[in-house]
Write a protein that binds this ligand. Sequence first.
Ligand code: ADP
Ligand code: TRP
Length: 312
Amino acid sequence: MKKRLLTGLQPSGALHLGNYFGALKPFVDMYEDYESHLMVVDYHSLTTVRDGDLLRQNIIDIVKDYLAAGVDPEKVVLFKQSDVPQHTELAWIFECLVTVPFLQQAHAYKDKVAKGLEANAGLFNYPMLMAADILLYDTEIVPVGEDQRQHIEYAREATGKFNNAFGETFVPPQEKIYEAVGVVPGVDGQKMSKSYKNTIPLFGSEEEIQKAVMSIVTDSSGGRPEHVYAIHKLFRSEEELDQLYAEKEGKYKDLKEALIADIEAVIAPMREKRASITDDDVRAVLETGAQKARERAEAKMEDVRKKIGVSL
Ligand code: ADP
Ligand code: TRP
């Protein structure tokens, strides 16, 4: 029997290189060897997006991104979280099992609030909705970026709390993090994030990518523009880069132009594929995915409801 793999990304803005190398590409590289689920976690993005038309557009866009990046909907259950109400139902149950001080230790929550995002209760409870996303499908492996490591620990904690209270029900999931990718820096050198407006868009136009790369902060006391290099090494081996960066020492514009060319070479074919995907294609994929996911999630929840005592 194949192991189960699942990941999700928020439709909170255009996907960027950090999302691609941290989560989407690892998923694309692995998913055919597993029984795989890929989500659009739209209820998670409600913690930051308050514009219905924008969220609707973002959902369509991210599914196109998934498909263009190489996800075959025949081989994955591709769905959006809000189509499967069992996720929010299970999240509530987990919220009743973990403490406020435990959730207060979440780095992602603290970082977002420190960056000025509203500390709404959804943002605070976010890790328990994520635990529900993962545990509903008995997921064993979760490909994510380094910044999500603690959230997977939280999902394991939810597993333990539930199983201790009500008997063996959930499987503890394991994160799959590509150490070589680490945390991809944004143009300002901070973690690249949709919420921080410092991204290089994955499917931006060539001009948008150019503009973003040219704006990468180059504070290079050691002679090498570290933030440019950190992004460049996602595209080329360090040996190749060390040679290039030695030849072009101090020539930041040339190095940025080399990076733009390398990004274009990878993105252009995917961008072309993306342009051929219609909104109706997206709706059809999500409808099929929702049916499959709901069936599975409901079977799990029937067991959960019995165990906690709400189903008579
Ligand atoms: P964002 O922070 O841009 O809103 P999400 O929280 O939706 O991104 O993250 C989606 C996935 O992309 C997660 O698995 C996350 O770990 C990964 N990811 C996001 N930003 C980065 C980054 N800068 N470097 C590596 N992985 C990242
Ligand atoms: N919290 C993740 C992020 O910001 C998104 C997410 C929600 C997720 N549910 C998930 C990732 C389940 C993996 C599995 O990136």
